[in-house]
Design a protein around this ligand. Structure first.
Ligand SMILES: Nc1ncnc2c1ncn2[C@@H]1O[C@H](COP(=O)(O)OP(=O)(O)OP(=O)(O)O)[C@@H](O)[C@H]1O
Length: 600
């Protein structure tokens, strides 16, 4: 069998890179910078005191339309040029077993091809630190390359890459763009980088720069957050995860963030910017934090625009989550006022966390005020006032029952907001003695006072007429005295009964077979019907009960029934809607009727 080598169509490969790997042609600056830095790193291992500079010249400086990147790195011999520059996928930055070598940024052996995103021809003038003459390599986007001795010798080892942006993409080689990109990607590099003579590198990561006082550092880092993310942070946390070679900062947002909008983090890999919006670095619940970190051990994806999702990233995410959580716990002991401020802004994130973290649950229990019918109170405080923690599962139910329950001395928490019911139900995890139960509206009625028998007897005819009217709606009328006196009537459904009533309603419209199935779920014993509890303490109700015209009294009771249903946001059956319309029209008619006339 004849052995043959793969043929590579370079145009196809470049097309693949530009359309499927890199998000923008701008990455060519990063790749050139990275190669230059790696070449210097390689030279330094043999020659620790060698010069370490990368000078980039834009067409503004070169004057011939070319971009030039000069480095004082290790350079290449003629043999290395054939092996490394002209072989796709070959890198000098891997060990004998093919693992990427720790000290280098590059590892894949494709980075130089990024130049073909903006140019048809790439030249490199290079002189190896190992000796030999300066060589010139010319690579073409169609896959050809030439190699020859350079017309002039370089004075020092190192390389210069030269390219000219092809028509249509010149914007990527403008002086300002190149300076911005070099600063963006290389601003924290430990090697001096200049663009047209101006340095774009500084003192390295701001979190590692020493400051005279902690106050100076705090101010400098707050300014840094303002520059990077456009906000003055609520707090700045130092981050360190040694196994990931991670150092950096977490900035706590000063305003509520949308938990669904995942704002990413700024990640540097060995001091070179990976991306400004890296996801997955923190647990989802920590959406109130944005980080800037430098890592050495986490791996980039081939595009160098995201982190590779492996076990080390999982472990790092967990460690960073712990760090943020510990900061919150510490705040609760050292500065409760600031914690309260934090909770006001970021309660959603903290509540989400409390659903699976006991420490955080304790923090919520002690510090986060929830809406209750005794005012906004942390749950621990609420429990000091009421034995049982009763809650409603919807805001509407809370609105309807909070005042009535409060008047009977029953404390109720509004569990209707996001996560609140789950948090309430999880509380016994902290202490099994904590009693938590959903407020049963029917139970409320047991706290109402009976009206004295004499008065009730006097109101019998009215109550009988009212009951007859509401029989049609399957509702029981009861007369009680309860607070608040401003409430004329309350519609109460026992929760079990509500379920049974729904089953029955479905059975009425279901076919025979399905109705049989449904009836199996119905225990059969006649449930208590929903109640319309009339409040004898309410002046309006008393006046209604004393109206001489029984038809008007019935109309009024029907209106109270309809209004109570609406207030409690109970579902309206067709019969209820009909009654609502009828009673409203009836009352209107009565309100404008001719005093001598009759109600229709
Ligand atoms: N400026 C330079 N000086 C010396 N050698 C260089 C230079 N640029 C590239 N090389 C050599 O060419 C090889 C291929 O470079 P290329 O940028 O394609 O891949 P890489 O840097 O190894 O990996 P990556 O694809 O992750 O960037 C490098 O491994 C290096 O040996």
């Amino acid at each position: 069998m004849v052995e043959r080598a793969f043929q590579v169509d370079l145009r196809g490969v470049v097309d693949l890179l530009s359309h499927h790997l890199y998000a923008s042609p701008r990455v060519y600056v990063r790749e050139l910078l990275q190669n230059a830095v790696d070449a210097i790193t390689a030279r330094r291992s043999a020659e620790p005191d060698c010069p370490a500079r990368v000078d980039i010249e834009s067409p503004e400086r070169t004057g011939d339309g070319t971009v030039r990147v000069h480095d004082t790195g290790i350079g290449l011999t003629e043999a290395e040029i054939h092996e490394l520059l002209a072989t796709i996928g070959r890198s000098s930055k891997r060990d004998d077993l093919g693992f990427s070598r720790h000290e280098f940024l590059g590892q894949f052996g494709i980075g130089l091809l990024a130049c073909f995103l903006v140019a048809d021809e790439v030249r490199m003038l290079t002189r190896s630190a190992a000796g030999g003459t300066t060589m010139e390599w010319r690579g073409h986007a169609d896959g050809r390359y030439e190699i020859a001795p350079a017309p002039t010798e370089r004075a020092e080892p190192g390389s210069t890459v030269i390219l000219r942006a092809r028509p249509g993409v010149e914007q990527w080689s403008g002086a300002t763009v190149i300076a911005e990109l070099a600063e963006l990607f290389g601003g924290l590099l430990p090697i001096e980088v200049t663009v047209d003579g101006r340095p774009v590198t500084g003192d390295g990561p701001p979190w590692l720069v020493p400051y005279p006082t902690t106050a100076d550092r705090r101010h400098a880092l707050a300014d840094y957050a303002e520059d990077l993310f456009g906000f003055t942070p609520f707090a700045v946390l130092d981050l360190a995860v040694p196994e990931a070679g991670l150092t950096g900062l977490a900035f706590v947002l000063p305003q509520a963030a949308n938990p669904a909008a995942h704002a990413g983090h700024r990640v540097y890999l060995k001091r070179m910017l990976l991306a400004e919006n890296v996801e997955g670095l923190l647990p989802d619940w920590a959406f109130f934090v944005r980080c800037v970190v430098d890592v050495t051990e986490l791996r980039p994806t081939a595009s160098r625009e995201a982190l590779y999702d492996d076990e080390l990233l999982d472990a790092t995410r967990e460690r960073l989550g712990d760090r943020i959580r510990d900061w919150l716990m510490e705040l609760s002991t050292t500065d409760p006022g600031r914690l309260a401020e934090f909770l006001r802004v970021h309660q959603l994130g903290v509540k989400a966390l409390a659903l699976h973290d006991d420490e955080m649950l304790r923090l919520v229990d002690s510090w986060l005020p929830l809406e209750t019918n005794a005012g906004a109170l942390p749950l621990a405080e609420f429990r000091r006032r009421f034995d049982t923690l009763r809650y409603t599962t919807s805001v509407e139910e809370f609105r309807q029952l909070a005042a009535v329950a409060g008047a009977q001395g029953i404390g109720v928490v509004n569990g209707g907001y996001t996560y609140d019911t789950e948090i309430l139900q999880r509380l016994p995890v902290l202490d099994p003695a904590i009693q938590v139960s959903r407020l049963d509206p029917a139970e409320l009625a047991t706290h109402f006072e009976l009206v004295d028998p004499h008065t009730e007897l006097g109101l019998r005819p009215f109550l009988t007429a009212a009951q007859r009217a509401l029989d049609r709606l399957d509702c029981e009328v009861a007369l009680r005295a309860f607070d608040p006196p401003s409430l004329p009537a309350l519609y109460l459904v026992d929760r079990d009964n509500q379920h049974r009533a729904e089953l029955r309603a479905t059975r009425k419209v279901a076919d025979d077979l399905w109705a049989d199935v449904l009836s199996a779920f119905d225990a059969g014993d006649e449930p208590d019907r929903p109640q319309l509890v009339l409040n004898h303490r309410n002046p309006l109700l008393r006046r209604i009960a004393a109206v001489p015209d029984p038809r008007l009294a019935v109309l009024a009771v029907e209106s109270l029934y309809a209004q109570s249903l609406l207030l409690g946001q109970h579902p309206l059956r067709p019969a209820d809607t009909a009654l609502l319309n009828r009673s409203f029209a009836g009352l209107l008619e009565w309100a404008v009727h001719d005093p001598q006339g009759e109600i229709a």
